[in-house]
Design a protein around this ligand. Structure first.
Ligand SMILES: [Zn+2]
Length: 209
């Protein structure tokens, strides 16, 4: 195997049956980084009458920031400033409650399979208040956001999280994809050791098709 293949972990879940196929992930909680953002959003929405704010991002992982964003743009661009603002406006107990409700140990660390199931649950709740804008942001992510290298019409969220391998990389890239965009049938989680989330999105394409 090439080093790239060794560094790739994936989990693919058939949404209708819950059947899972995976490689490279252990059943232990790993840092989930930006993949927590949809659940942070929902916790915020519940505490604020389901009104998402607009936030000006001047500095972020993107050097000059993202400018002014609403929830859809913030999910699509994975804006840290936006979600730091939301996180700061929700008591930790309410963040933890949303994590539990979606089957996650916390919004910092989760088991890979639990994380994928949490996104499937989010999709099932698309008619609940506050959820649709988050899913729309994930649609945008795959078109012109952080997951555009996926190159497929899908719902997607990328992230970079602290590396849980030895030897350690500066970070591991994650991509969570629900495919196809209309009535998704497959959920895929990809982790790429030492690469950004955008690259993980590119790898996800091969696991979907
Ligand atoms: Zn930003």
């Amino acid at each position: 195997m090439t080093p790239l293949l060794l560094a790739l972990s994936f989990l693919r879940l058939e949404i209708a049956t819950g059947r899972v196929e995976q490689q490279g992930f252990a059943a232990e909680a790993v840092p989930i980084g930006s993949l927590a953002k949809p659940f942070v959003a929902l916790a915020y929405a519940r505490a604020h009458e389901f009104q998402y704010p607009r936030v000006k991002c001047k500095r972020c992982w993107r050097p000059n920031g993202h400018g002014e964003l609403g929830i859809e743009g913030a999910i699509a661009q994975s804006c840290n400033t936006y979600f730091d603002t939301l996180r700061a406006a929700v008591p930790a107990s309410q963040l933890a409650a949303v994590a539990r409700e979606f089957g996650l140990a916390s919004l910092e660390r989760a088991e890979p399979q639990g994380l994928v199931r949490a996104y499937v649950e989010l999709l099932r709740r698309q008619a609940e208040p506050g959820v649709a804008p988050v899913l729309n942001g994930m649609r945008h992510a795959a078109v012109d956001g952080t997951a555009r290298e996926l190159g497929l019409e899908a719902l997607a969220k990328t992230g970079t999280a602290a590396c849980s391998h030895k030897p350690k990389a500066p970070g591991d890239g994650f991509a969570l994809v629900l495919y196809p965009r209309e009535s998704p049938r497959t959920a895929v989680l990809v982790r790429l050791h030492g690469r950004p989330g955008s690259h993980a999105a590119r790898e996800a394409r091969n696991l979907i098709q």
